[in-house]
Design a protein around this ligand. Structure first.
Ligand code: TXA
Ligand code: MG
Length: 321
């Protein structure tokens, strides 16, 4: 890492938080740790600051951002309607890796193409919560990486993906390592928009039935045609999913080939066979494989069960052309 990059990684002590809050109040952007992945934050009320997020990430302007708040009261202020499910889900899962899509309060500017809705969550990370308290602002924050590439789970990942980021608060590795679950509460039935850290079973326990995206079936079988999904969460190397890495046909794969698998299979990177532990290390493993200079990452496909829904979603997007 360059010394310039090191200088921008800041310890989240009182002085670091004060400087970060100053930057944010002045309409600049700051990357900060959350329990899922690192976010690139900006004042959600400032069109200029939010525009800077889109510029730094090279994010398409239609793709809306999640707004981070320190608690339920602050979330309610951003929503025009607060349905009963929001009360129950927030009470059970906030702070935590659940993002709720709600009708947007008129005083909050629309972000991206989300004209009448807002996505909001309370992160379960001490540094994120202290930053939110210090600024007194709702912070719009997508994952702190260039658009389409792998989400960052460490401060070093952030500066490598976004060399021009003004500051990154270093909170160590993210504990969940995969993005929040996004749930749309604007219709009659809660609808899953993005599988994520929080599992469907836990959500159903609180909210009852949940509508899944068309391409996912009830038992959690991921989209039948991974090539159809938009490319996202992708390393530089080409990702190829296979049903068994042990007998995969490697002819035609660009060398060198790295193998990402889980316990029970051979691999260059062998992750846990537990979906939560696997998710926690997935992005770091993809970063390591990229750093090792492999041209192809052969990935052992995880089981087609609901527990693996978020991991399978990310892998299929990483593999999309
Ligand atoms: O864990 C996370 O959610 C991380 C941390 C930093 O909080 N953030 C994150 O943000 O993953 P991002 O921008 O990479 O993903 C946000 C997702 C996108 O799929 C976006 O389309 C969706 O949430 N989203 C945001 N606002 C929305 C809205 N109003 N309606 C529907 N989807 C929305
Ligand atoms: Mg992202």
């Amino acid at each position: 890492m360059t010394t310039a990059a090191v200088g921008r990684i800041v310890r989240p002590d009182a002085d670091g938080l004060r400087r970060a809050a100053e930057l944010l109040r002045a309409g600049s952007v700051v990357a900060f740790p959350t329990e899922t992945v690192y976010g690139l934050g900006a004042d959600a009320f400032s069109a200029k600051a939010v525009g800077e997020i889109y510029r730094l990430k090279n994010r398409p302007s239609w793709n809306p951002l999640i707004v981070h708040v320190p608690g339920v009261a602050a979330a309610r202020e951003l929503a025009a309607e607060w349905p009963a499910h929001a009360d129950e889900l927030a009470a059970r899962f906030w702070p935590g890796p659940l993002t709720l899509v709600l009708r947007r309060a008129p005083h909050l500017p629309g972000i991206g193409a989300a004209n009448d809705t807002v996505a909001v969550r309370v992160p379960a990370h001490d540094v994120a919560l202290r930053l939110l308290e210090a600024t007194g602002l709702p912070l719009a924050a997508p994952s702190a990486n260039r658009s389409e590439s792998i989400s960052p789970t460490t401060a070093e990942h952030v500066v490598r993906s976004l060399p021009d980021v003004p500051m990154v608060l270093d909170g160590g590795p993210s504990s969940w390592g995969i993005e929040s679950t996004v749930l749309d509460l604007t219709g009659a039935v809660p609808r899953l928009l993005r599988p994520g850290a929080l599992g469907l079973r836990e959500l159903r326990d609180v909210a009852g039935p949940i509508a899944l995206p068309e391409s996912e079936t009830e038992d959690g079988t991921a989209r039948p045609s991974p090539g159809m999904s938009r490319r996202h969460y992708a390393p530089r190397a080409r990702v190829v999913l296979c049903t068994d890495v042990r007998d995969a046909d490697r002819s035609g794969l660009a060398e060198p080939v790295g193998v990402l698998s889980f316990e029970g299979f051979e691999g260059t990177e062998v992750l846990s066979a537990d979906p939560r532990e696997y998710a926690a290390d997935l992005y770091a493993a993809l970063h390591r494989l990229d750093d090792a200079g492999v041209a192809t990452i052969l990935v052992q496909e995880p089981p087609r069960t609901e527990d693996w829904l978020a991991v399978r979603d990310r892998l299929s997007r990483a593999a999309a052309k």
